[in-house]
Ligand binder design. Structure first.
Ligand code: ZN
Length: 160
């Protein structure tokens, strides 16, 4: 069957940036399973999978606008060193959960300058052009409960 609204799709993928570096891959793992049409995966990829079937292989290029968004400068912030109580060595690359007005946000330390820490609340893949090599493993129809919940149950999905 072809992928359409409310299909449960399992696919293998390798994600690279424009420099050819592998950012993520399902190799050696179970395929990624999602409910089609429910916004479970980034829009640019979901759109290209529409109408495909099990066994199809495709390469999908996704711009940041249809991926993890553009880099937003206002999500770069300077935070006093004191805000990280209990952490002895703050180094670039460390990730923390920050409490913001919009709820919890994962931030990454960009640099440490004396008593000031620069953190970045952008998604690590914001602003990145994404290249997906995809192989579709299986396609099935979602059941009523999955459609109602907006996600896949059972294998590769949510168990509850
Ligand atoms: Zn559920």
């Amino acid at each position: 069957m072809q992928i359409a609204q409310n299909s449960v799709v399992a696919f293998h993928y390798t994600l690279t940036n424009d420099a050819g570096e592998v950012l993520d891959s399902s190799e050696g793992r179970e395929p990624l399973t999602y409910l089609h049409g429910a916004g479970n995966i980034i829009p640019g990829l979901e759109k290209e999978l529409e109408g495909r079937a099990a066994g199809d292989k495709l390469n999908v290029k996704v711009d940041p606008s249809e991926g993890y968004g553009e880099v937003q400068d206002q999500l770069m912030q300077e935070v006093p060193r004191d805000a990280f109580q209990g952490v002895d060595n703050i180094e670039p690359g460390m990730q923390f959960q920050a409490q913001t007005q919009g709820g919890p946000l994962m931030v990454t330390v960009k640099k440490v300058e004396g008593d000031t820490v620069v953190v970045d609340g952008n998604h690590p893949l914001a602003g990145v052009h994404l290249n997906f090599d995809v192989e579709i493993a299986s396609v099935r129809e979602a059941n009523a409960e999955e459609v109602e919940h907006g996600h896949v149950h059972g294998e590769g999905g949510v168990h509850h």
